[in-house]
Design a protein around this ligand. Structure first.
Ligand code: HEM
Length: 489
């Protein structure tokens, strides 16, 4: 005490304050150096706030990641405050991290956002054994409902929905309309039939309200950046979506028999009744799984199709080429199936190209390192957050010639569609999109059926905005489009 007071008297308060600050900073730097040695390179972080200033300055995270990838290469570090974050921006680092080290680097971050919205239940926010059991269960169940095998039943449901979509579009008689809204309804109806065993009329009030809430959730439900008021609304929307799912469960109980499992809600009731495996197939987990499927299964596919139409308005000759290809191989009333792919290589190539250029998921959902791991010769420390930077992979000049050009021909060799290792719109590894087979089926069927029948253009004087807005997905700004029905003209 006497030593402290004599130092105090000799140095005075301001010098003491400076001395303490320098001491704490040095301690912070030394501890960090020890914990975070051999990190991938990246912009210099400031104490405590990390690179937040950089993140605030650039409105779109994916653009910042793309710029930093040009500067620092395929693997770099960026600090979200004190959260160490690693960004993987080329095929090699992505494969090494998410495939070779997929188990260790396949966790999901723990944080207030996912805790409040999911309680870490379901698939998307979950990890460890609970995630593994649930993921296997969902893939098997999706397969039983016809996803990923040549199921006529599921394909017919998508084709039927596509017919509704065509009729609605044709009803606008070439006048401008919002196609995103229609895609929302069509795609959501497919996932509704898998989850709840029913489709909704496009004018159903509850359905419209529900889709509006889903849109809001995806626009603002990412990591908490908006105001408190906005966040409150996100949580309220999420609760309303859950109330809707709960109502469906109550309706199902009245007709549930257990002999035939009709949809995911029946699986939930079965899980509730089945006493054997309550460790992971809990009601909370299966309930959140339905919410995950419903939320992830609508917005993503709808946004991809909406970008597809917007790109087509900018490339009339590509629309024309698709139409000619489809006109030759199919009758007027035939809605193409996924199995028809081989007959329509140019249209299939156009779907791949629209996914590459649209980048609706420019970065993956964040992963979490469950242990310290080496990738690309650097250390990814335990508890680091990891993003796959899919945008940079799809725009890599070393791989794609003139990457910003929309060019379906890059997918065709000797009249056949080829694969590209730099194409990963659904991510890669253990956490690859759970609904990719369903999404692929919906995209090819709906896109080709629209190309077969309509020609899309923007209203006179309208200019396309190809920048998009980044929320949880990268969506086109709202626009109206005119669809000329070739069968009517
Ligand atoms: C074109 C449409 C779609 C795209 C581009 C897409 C893309 C993605 C991406 C990039 C991820 C993150 C992978 C990672 O974290 O590394 C993901 C995860 C996921 N997707 Fe999709 N998705 C699409 C459609 C769907 C559909 C239709 C469903 C549901 C039926 C779905 C359900 C999920 C789920 C549940 C996850 C989390 C998987 C997990 O954490 O294990 N997605 N998706």
């Amino acid at each position: 005490m006497s030593i402290l007071s004599s130092i105090h008297e000799t140095l005075g308060i301001p010098t003491m304050l400076i001395f303490t600050t320098v001491f704490l900073l040095s301690l912070w730097i030394v501890t960090r150096r020890q914990k975070y040695s051999n990190l991938p390179p990246g912009p210099r972080p400031l104490p405590f706030i990390g690179n937040l200033l950089l993140l605030i300055k650039t409105p779109s995270t994916y653009k910042l990641f793309h710029e930093l990838a040009q500067q620092y290469g395929g693997i770099f570090t960026i600090w979200f405050g004190s959260q160490c974050t690693i960004v993987l921006s080329n095929v090699d680092t992505l494969r090494e991290a998410f495939v070779k080290n997929g188990e260790v680097l396949g966790g999901r971050p723990r944080g207030k956002t996912s805790e409040e919205l999911t309680g870490y239940n379901g698939i998307t926010a979950n990890d460890g054994e609970s995630w593994r059991v649930l993921r296997k269960f969902s893939l098997l169940s999706l397969r039983n409902f016809g996803v990923g095998k040549n199921s006529m039943e599921l394909e017919t449901r998508i084709q039927d929905e596509t017919k509704w979509l065509q009729t609605e579009i044709s009803g606008y008689k070439g006048e401008p309309f919002d196609i995103a809204e229609l895609f929302n309804k069509a795609v959501s109806n497919v996932i509704c039939s898998i989850c709840f065993g029913e489709r909704f009329d496009y004018n159903d009030g509850t359905f419209k309200k529900l889709l509006h809430m889903l849109d809001f959730f995806f626009a603002h439900g990412g990591p908490r950046t908006g105001s408190r008021k906005m966040w409150k609304q996100v949580v309220e929307n999420d609760r309303a979506i859950k109330r809707f799912v709960k109502e469906k469960i109550e309706e199902h109980r009245k007709t549930y028999s257990g002999d035939t499992i009709r949809d995911f809600v029946d699986l939930y009731i079965q899980a509730e009744e089945n006493e054997e495996d309550k460790t992971h197939l809990t009601e909370e987990n299966v309930f959140q799984l339905i919410v995950d499927l419903f939320e992830a299964g609508t917005e993503t596919t709808k946004t991809s199709l909406t970008w597809g139409v917007l790109h087509m308005t900018q490339h009339p000759h590509i629309q024309d080429k698709c139409h000619k290809e489809l006109e030759i191989v199919f009758d007027k009333d035939h809605i193409p199936s996924a199995g028809d792919r081989l007959k329509m290589p140019y249209t299939e190539a156009t779907v791949y190209e629209l996914q590459r250029c649209a980048n609706i998921a420019p970065v993956t959902i964040p992963h979490r390192a469950q242990e310290a791991t080496s990738v690309g010769g650097y250390i990814i420390p335990a508890e680091a957050m990891i993003f796959g930077n899919l945008f940079s992979v799809h725009m890599d000049k070393e791989y794609w010639e003139n990457p910003s050009a929309f060019n379906p021909d890059r997918w065709i060799k000797n009249g056949m569609v080829i694969k590209h290792e730099n194409f990963m719109p659904f991510g890669i590894g253990r956490r690859i999109c759970l609904g990719k087979d369903l999404a692929k089926m919906e995209l090819i069927i709906m896109f080709s059926a629209l190309m077969q029948r309509f020609s899309f253009k923007l209203p006179d004087g309208a200019v396309a905005d190809m920048e998009g807005v980044q929320g949880m997905t990268l969506t086109p700004k709202p626009f109206k489009v005119c669809a000329i029905d070739k069968y009517l003209s």
